[in-house]
Each structure stands twice: as C-alpha cells, then as structure tokens.
Design a protein around this ligand. Sequence first.
Ligand code: ATP
Length: 449
Amino acid sequence: MIVGIDDTDSRRGMCTTYLCAYLVDALRNRNYNHGEVSVSTPWLVRLNPSIPYKTRGNGAVAFEITTTTARTRLEDVKELVKSTVSKFSELDDANTNPGVVFIEDEPRSNLRVSQLKSYYERAVRTVLTQKDALAIIAESGFDYFGLKNKRGIIGALAAAAFVILQRYYRYDFTYELMAYRAKERWGTPRRIDEHSVWEADAATYPLTWDTVDVANRRIVFAPHSPCPVLFGIRGDSVDAIYKAYKIIDSEPVERIMLFITNQGTDFHLITHGTGQKLLDYHSYILDGVVESNPCTLVGGHVLFKLSLPTLSTRVDCIAYEPTKGFRNIIRKLRHGDEVRVFGSFKRGTLNLEKIELKSLNKEELRNPRCEQCGRSMESAGRGQGYRCKHCNTKREAKEVVTINRAIEEGLYEVPPVARRHISKPLIRMCATKGGGGGEGESVIIHPSR
Ligand code: ATP
C-alpha cells in the first residue's frame, strides 16, 4: 500500500516531513511478526512552487508499506496514519487542510498509469482542484481521508502517484536527509556549529549541494521557522550525504530520515509552445530577445523587458533583491541580447530562477569617425547624415562598432540562498545541456555557490 500525505503544517509549527518520519519509524518499530510489514524509504515530492496556499516549499510526502500477511494489517496501518495526522496537524491554522490518500491496489493498466502521470505533472506544473484529485481517486478505487476542507488530498495523491510513476518513467530524482529536533527545543534557536557545516560541505560538494551559500557566506540547509526540522542535507549521493551528516556538530537530533525526492530537478518548468498564452502560477522556459536595458527598481529588484517572438508578446523579467549577486548578471544585459529565461509567471512578470545568455549583442551604432582627423563626426541635421566640422568630410549613416561585454555567454542561476527546492542547481548539469536546453547543444555553465 502506498500512503500519500499533505497539508498538515503551518508557519507556526509542524512539518509534513516530520509527520512522515514519525510514521515510518513508528511502523518500522511496531511489534509486527518478524518481516511481516516493511516500510520503504519515504518520498518528499515538491509540487507547483507558485501555488498561493503553500506554507513553504509545497512539499507532500509518501511511503510504501509491504505486508506478507492479511490485509487487516493494512487497516491497522491506515488507522495509525489517520490518528497521527489528526493528532499532529496544525488544525487551528485556517490554511491547514490535511489530506491522505491510500493506494492499496496499484493501477497497472496503461490508461490508469498515464492518468496518474498526467495528474502528477499537472500537480507540479499547473493549478489543480480537489475535484481533479477526487475524480482519479474514485475512478481508480483509492481510499482517502481528510480533515477540514481536505485540500491536502491534491498533494497527497500527487506524492503517492510519484511513487508508482518512478517504476515506469525515468524521472530525475535526488535525496535529502532530514534531521529533526527534540520536541522540547521546537521554537527555540537552533544550535548548529557553523564551522562543521562548512567542513561538511567542503568534504562532499558537489555530491551534496545547497548546504551553504559561499558568495553570501550563509548556511542555507536549516530553516528559521519554529518547525521540527533541524536541517536537511540535499544531494545526489546517499554516501556523501551521510558523510556530511557525520561531520556536522549540532544539538541532539531526535531522529533522522532519508527521503527520495524530486527536489533539484526543474520538473516545474514548462517548455513553452508557440502561440500558447502564459498563465499565472505556472513556471516557464522562454526564449526571447532583451528589449530594454535593465533598470533597478525601488527595493533593489532588477527588471528588463523581454520580447517573445514566438508569442508575439513581451514579458517583464525580474531578479528580486533576495537573488543577490544574480542581479549583477541581469544588470549587464543589453537590448538585443538573445536569452532563454527560466522562472515562474504571475501578472505579466516572470520571476527569474535561471537565465541562459545565448547570444550577446556586441554591436553598437556610433557616430562615424572622420577619416582625416579621427574625431567623432556630428549630426549634419535631420536626415542629412554626419559631418566633421574641422575637415568638412561627410558620411551618410552611423557606423557599427563591436564592443566588449563584461559578461560571458552561458547559463546562470540564483544563489543557493534564493533557490527553490525544486530548482535544479547548475552543478547537477554536466557540460552538455540538461534541464531546459536543446539536445546535445553544449553550453557553458556558471554554477552559483
Ligand atoms: P511544507 O513544505 O512546509 O510541507 P507546503 O508548502 O507543502 O508546506 P502545504 O501546507 O502542503 O504547503 O499546502 C499546499 C496545499 O496546496 C496543499 O493543500 C496541497 O494539496 C495543495 N496543492 C499542491 N499542489 C497543488 C496544485 N498544483 N494545485 C492545487 N493545489 C495544490
């Protein structure tokens, strides 16, 4: 049986991953007959990062239970899941609406599997309704449980679907090892020895990533909220993650749990088709031409207009202040640069996560120089070309000169401090293009660290 859970936490406390870790441990430690019940490594599945009612990173969780004996055991498990969700969820918060989905008989027909595929992909890339989730639950004969308005079933079904889909499709995935705090410490400042974190990063990067932000001299693997999470180590190698964990010196850890996850994969990005309208709360990869030189807005955000030839429209692209040094790349753009932008779209604005500078405009029109004295010519009046008043020489038009650009072509990204959980760090891409690029094209990568 696969169990998917979502929407149990609030900004004031709890974390759905903690609830999952608690359940997985409780089930593993239960006094079942030897080998009768086994519990998988759980999954942490990030859904649409632009969803307005998310608490933080729009994460849902799932785990799989295998039993060699009677189904009554599964009823037992369901009761434990329901009672734990009811007990642990932050039900006083208006925005917490827990949902649980149980998949006992895994769908195997092509039709049902592709239905789950489409549902999962829409959960990460678009905006769904409870009706969408309930329709699949009913058609496929799944069981579910919810509290309050039960919105969590949307994410719970997507997380459970991801477990099944990983058996059929080669979806990219990574790992995160979560360390949790003892209950009496929840809400108090975290004690983590920073020096040990830098050491752990140095010993395991790039197999672990987004533990620290070197440029901004910040540790970015620990939340600042009153939730039970002490820290999370993300990476591509389980061995490297545990190696980093052993180096870190911190307050006592109540429990740890390794998750398989779709974090760091860019699965939220939609490669945009010609002529399609851009929709709010969706994230896109768009090719365009910089239409205006960037400007800095109040608050330090940097904006430029991008014209999108395939859509016959334009979009405002913004690098917000929290993206720190990434804004320096954006400030160096010029009109005429051909770029590919990656980010989420809302009300005519694309919030930049990555940018590929494909072709820099190195041409500039300047008043021509006098062939005799070398001075810059002046306009001879409207429509009358240019002249040198010293030598009386004339030229019809401006001349094109090649300029140096203080920036290189290639892919750039926001720093770890501003990175979304689901965004793929450039360090995960090798020399040939991975997320978002054309097959086989080579591109220079500028990882931010
Ligand atoms: P945390 O990361 O701390 O667990 P969160 O950011 O995941 O919190 P939730 O509290 O889970 O936020 O709230 C997200 C809500 O949005 C859930 O009810 C989930 O079912 C719903 N949801 C997730 N993805 C979509 C989607 N694509 N369309 C509509 N609703 C969604």
